[in-house]
Design a protein around this ligand. Structure first.
Ligand code: ATP
Ligand code: ATP
Ligand code: MG
Ligand code: MG
Ligand code: MG
Ligand code: MG
Ligand code: MG
Length: 261
């Protein structure tokens, strides 16, 4: 086959290697999830079960690509996966890496759907897009994840206030009126609306909504029953699902987090 007269078309395939020795971040994002979340009656502003399904699909990716993916961060319909500098997956071919991660995530999302929504049938096959960005150093990697978590916070504060105005106001506000009310407001004003009108203390909302979800491959916690050396060999690392602050430096310095980029 390789020697057929058609084989020349192969030369149209262009190489797409990623630079060696740099971090890679693959971010996937649900296609049209504004509509998808309505069609499947996700709770507004945050459907916790839908987020748990996203987290499960992300853990599946982390598990399959153990050794290459060291950290993942998710919010809403998106997830970012950090691949280590020395990653050799598909000889660092960009299209292979992105398509593999995005299809693995998507199939896991569909596969585990019934486990999370046993009474809600999928209305159709959902899809995700994916992109790969390289970052040269640890600082850019930390700033990348800080950027995503800051986005989580901004969106969640807005959405929580918006949906409180729509769903809890008396008389109820239309979505247009709620957007009008929030136009030009800063964080402190949204917090004030939540607290004075709806008795909601933003800081007390579930951490998963406020901080997103971070999945890390971390050293297994010490167990008194198993000798340390034995334990390290048998189960050196385990996946941990966290809802913590990753903007500050504490997260990255904590060895138990296993998040050393
Ligand atoms: P695109 O295809 O361009 O990504 P999109 O409709 O997916 O368009 P996004 O900017 O990705 O738009 O936003 C995702 C939307 O999905 C959010 O605005 C929110 O309405 C909805 N959504 C995602 N996850 C949840 C969830 N767990 N609970 C409630 N709504 C959610
Ligand atoms: P890679 O991950 O590198 O793609 P692979 O095992 O998927 O490895 P391919 O070169 O993609 O290898 O070849 C796909 C293989 O899958 C075929 O060689 C064949 O053995 C098997 N296969 C795929 N579809 C069918 C089918 N419909 N019936 C029987 N075998 C199939
Ligand atoms: Mg998008
Ligand atoms: Mg989307
Ligand atoms: Mg999105
Ligand atoms: Mg093939
Ligand atoms: Mg194949």
């Amino acid at each position: 086959m390789a020697g057929s007269r058609f084989a020349y078309v192969r030369s149209f395939e262009l190489p797409d290697p990623v630079l060696p020795g740099v971090f890679m971040v693959v971010r996937i994002d649900g296609k049209g999830f504004h509509g998808f979340s309505q069609a499947h009656e996700f709770e507004k502003p945050n459907d916790a079960v839908a987020l748990e399904l996203m987290n499960h699909a992300a853990r599946h990716v982390c598990q399959e690509l153990r050794g290459d993916v060291t950290l993942a961060f998710g919010e809403s319909d998106e997830y970012s996966f950090l691949l280590k500098k020395s990653c050799k997956l598909y000889n660092r071919r960009e299209s292979k890496i992105v398509t593999h991660i995005v299809s693995l995530f998507t199939s896991a999302y569909v596969f585990y759907w019934p486990q999370y929504f046993p009474k809600k049938a999928l209305q159709g096959p959902p899809s995700f897009d994916g992109r790969l960005v390289v970052y040269p150093g640890v600082q850019e990697v930390k700033d990348y994840f800080a950027w995503r978590q800051a986005d989580t916070h901004i969106n969640n504060l807005y959405n929580t206030t918006f949906w409180s105005l729509v769903l809890l106001s008396n008389p109820p506000l239309s979505e247009r009126q709620a957007h009008e009310t929030l136009k030009g407001t800063v964080s402190s004003q949204k917090n004030e609306i939540l607290f004075s009108k709806f008795a909601i203390n933003y800081e007390r909302l579930p951490a998963m909504f406020r901080k997103g979800t971070t999945v890390v491959l971390a050293p297994t916690r010490p167990s008194s029953k198993v000798r340390k050396s034995k334990r390290r060999k048998a189960h050196p690392r385990e996946l941990r699902t966290l809802h913590v602050d990753i903007i500050g430096s504490a997260f990255w310095e904590e060895p138990e987090a296993g998040a050393k980029a």
